[in-house]
Ligand binder design. Structure first.
Ligand code: MEV
Length: 305
């Protein structure tokens, strides 16, 4: 039975702004969704959720992926799907994209199609549309290609740069789950309300991503951290933060991170911090002691497989 795994992700710079065509930088991380498919009756089993009713809203992205694969590659629609995901759901770590990408990859294998990664990412994106409404496409791109990606709606560059040695990413989970589509709509509405000022904040976010790209290439971790925290400030201004995100950003900075920010849609979800490895471990231990779920994440440079 064909099975594939695809990684989750963190957005290092530029979430939300990316929805409106500004650039963002994301990193695929070593947490995975795995999907297996076999020819048979259309049924979906999730290890975490149990059987999923094919007529429920949860099944919509899977149906869409099957439909697109049938239309483009003549795959048919009769498959049983088995999903197992180690990526937290509703936390901003790309769990739905990793499922859609791994499903598309194993489905195209199962139907014997000759396909490219581009095909996988494009079909998985249609599943993402069913989940979020207006996704930028960065999540399915990261789950497909892995590594560090500079993304602008409609185009992307897989960076040959790696995350600089001597730093690690810490994830702190607020435990607050939210609907990405709702936060995205609210942020867009706020941009409209702010008018010219909103435009200036978006321009600043775009400029920040270009500077972050230069800092990544120069391996300037102090600058990278500083830019992450500035990025958090911009996301706060656009209404994407919540007190728990702001609290964890302050906490990580206070514990010696180079920088910290919410990552993904925000209003809960996760906060990421950049720190030297020993410092990263100390931050994790202190946050855990304070009752916050925290862990270090490693990059995934391979993408779906
Ligand atoms: C993606 O992880 C987070 C948002 O930028 C939405 C998107 O890009 O589709 C908020």
């Amino acid at each position: 039975m064909p099975c594939s795994i695809a990684p989750g992700k963190v957005i290092l710079f530029g979430e939300h702004f990316v929805v409106e065509g500004y650039p963002a930088i994301g990193l695929a991380v070593g947490l995975y969704a795995s999907t297996c498919v076999e020819k048979g009756e259309f049924k979906i089993y999730s290890r975490q959720l149990g059987p999923i009713d094919p007529s429920s809203p949860l099944a919509k992205p899977f149906l869409r992926v099957l439909e697109e694969a049938a239309r483009e590659f003549n795959c048919g629609r009769d498959y049983t799907i088995y999903i197992d995901s180690g990526i937290p759901v509703g936390a901003g770590m790309g769990s739905s994209a990793a499922v859609n990408v791994s499903l598309t990859h194993s489905l195209l294998h199962a139907c014997g199609a000759g396909f490219t990664r581009e095909d996988v990412s494009r079909i998985a994106y249609m599943g993402e549309v069913e989940v979020h409404g207006k996704p930028s496409g960065i999540d399915n791109t990261l789950a497909t290609y892995g590594g560090l990606v500079y993304y602008k709606r409609g185009s992307f560059k897989r960076l040959d740069t790696l995350l600089p040695e001597g730093v690690e990413l810490v994830v702190a989970d607020t435990g607050v789950k939210r609907d990405t589509g709702v936060v995205v709509r609210d942020v867009l509405e706020k941009r409209r309300r702010l008018g010219r000022l909103g435009g200036i904040l978006y321009e600043a976010a775009g400029e920040l991503v270009e500077e972050a790209l230069a800092a990544l290439r120069e391996r300037d971790v102090v600058r990278l951290g500083e830019l992450m925290t500035v990025n958090h400030g911009l996301l706060f201004s656009m209404g994407a933060s919540a007190w728990v995100n702001d609290y964890l950003v302050h906490r990580m900075l206070g514990l010696g991170a180079y920088g910290a920010k919410l990552s993904g849609a925000g209003r809960g979800g996760i906060v990421i911090g950049l720190a030297e490895p020993a410092r990263a471990q100390a931050i994790v231990e202190e946050l855990e002691r304070e009752g916050v779920k925290a862990y270090r994440v490693k990059p995934d440079y391979e993408g779906v497989r």
